[in-house]
Design a protein around this ligand. Structure first.
Ligand code: NAI
Ligand code: MG
Length: 348
């Protein structure tokens, strides 16, 4: 793979999305990997100009790439839900990104609100299901706007969907030194879905005798993220629980400016998409204040997914060195300066 170039689709999106993606691409070029990238102007601007979110023709084109790098989409001028549902979630569903991979890792030198925690205490990977659960858009409303309004929002959990994400999480756990997998759910209250998740975990566990398994209710897990993060190695969980839990994860591991993610199609029937966990941050957009580190770490995940493990490790090491040197103070440099410094480390 080293010799052939990566065919990359880039969706910078809105607000700081465009600023951080520019730095991610700089780092990607510096790593010495040939990249042929094509930029797609999806997001709030496109929506206002044409009313389009994700035209079918664009979606079909995107299927032809090796990977997608996304900044962030969203703007206060767009009605809530439009870009989330019709662009972001549609990409995840259509490209079958059934694994939403979110590492929660405290790098040395990074300040955490958990005063005492050391890097070895916060080093986990959350495997969030990405195509089912309460995010499929199933449900409905009756008598809207009246005192008799009824709103339902259904959670979909298929035997197939639950098993494939659990198998992925077992493989991930097996590849890490601790080999520990924790299922996070709410099996005591969400009994039908919870039963499917826990039975599937137990059944699949038979194929992974070297992996230790564990279970934690999502409310308790939220507490343990804060007071005992060292409990966790790999977590597998439902789409909604994973969404919420990984924001806590971002907070304990140095903030949203460092949190990277991958929307992964492990079967490689469509390109996977890598993006910072944060949004378009309209409050700081255009000011050069955004930390591009989350995007640069997402680039490392992208390289790793494409089998370019050495290049991925190089980028991650450059970020680790930069984080150690900045000593918790990233606001001292602009978006571009941080990008330039990490690029220089990767190139050097
Ligand atoms: P946000 O993540 O954009 O911002 C939350 C806070 O974190 C803001 O104070 C922002 O300034 C700060 N922040 C975010 N990224 C940062 C960075 N790289 N460096 C420094 N500070 C950073 O979330 P918010 O405000 O809830 O959403 C803003 C817009 O982004 C909305 O339209 C929302 O729908 C969209 N959004 C898009 C996502 C995506 O494209 N995947 C994910 C989350 C939100
Ligand atoms: Mg979220």
């Amino acid at each position: 793979m080293e010799s052939r170039s990566i065919r990359l689709a880039v969706i910078p999106g809105d607000g700081i999305g465009t600023e951080v993606v520019a730095e991610g691409l700089k780092v990607l070029e510096a790593v010495g990997q040939k990249v042929e990238s094509t930029t797609y102007d999806l997001g709030a601007k496109r929506y206002h100009a044409t009313g389009e979110t994700l035209p079918d023709a664009v979606l079909d084109e995107l299927r032809g790439y090796d990977a997608i790098l996304l900044g962030a989409v969203g703007d206060p001028s767009v009605p809530p839900g439009v870009l989330e549902r019709d662009l972001l979630l549609r990409l995840r569903f259509e490209l079958d990104h059934y694994v939403n991979l979110r590492p929660v890792k405290l790098f040395p030198g990074v300040a955490t609100p958990l005063g005492e925690a050391r890097p070895e205490d916060i080093d986990m990977v959350v495997v969030r299901e990405g195509t089912e659960g309460p995010y499929t858009g199933a449900g409905g409303v009756m008598r809207r706007g009246t005192p008799q309004e009824i709103a339902t929002q259904e959670s979909f959990n298929t035997a197939f969907g639950v098993e494939r994400v659990i198998r992925y999480a077992f493989d991930k756990a097996r590849s890490r030194p601790r080999k520990k997998l924790t299922l996070v759910h709410k099996t005591n209250v969400l009994t039908y879905a919870g039963d499917l998740w826990s039975r599937t975990l137990q059944r699949v566990a038979a194929d992974y005798p070297d992996v230790t398994t564990d279970y934690c209710h999502v409310d308790a897990a939220s507490m343990f993220f804060v007071n005992q993060p060292e409990r966790f190695d790999v977590i597998v969980t439902d789409n909604l629980f994973g969404d919420i839990l990984t924001d806590i994860g971002a907070a304990i591991a140095g903030g949203i400016g460092l949190a990277a993610s991958g929307n992964v199609n492990p079967d490689r029937t469509a390109p996977s998409m890598f993006e910072p966990v944060h949004g378009s941050a309209p409050d700081i957009a255009g000011q050069g204040k955004a930390d591009p580190t989350a995007t640069i770490l997402s680039v490392a995940m992208l390289l790793d997914h494409l089998g370019l493990t050495e290049a991925a490790a190089k980028v991650e090491q450059a970020v680790a060195d930069d984080l150690l040197e900045r000593g918790g103070n990233w606001t001292a440099r602009s978006t571009r300066e941080i990008g330039d410094d990490i690029t220089a480390r990767v190139a050097g």
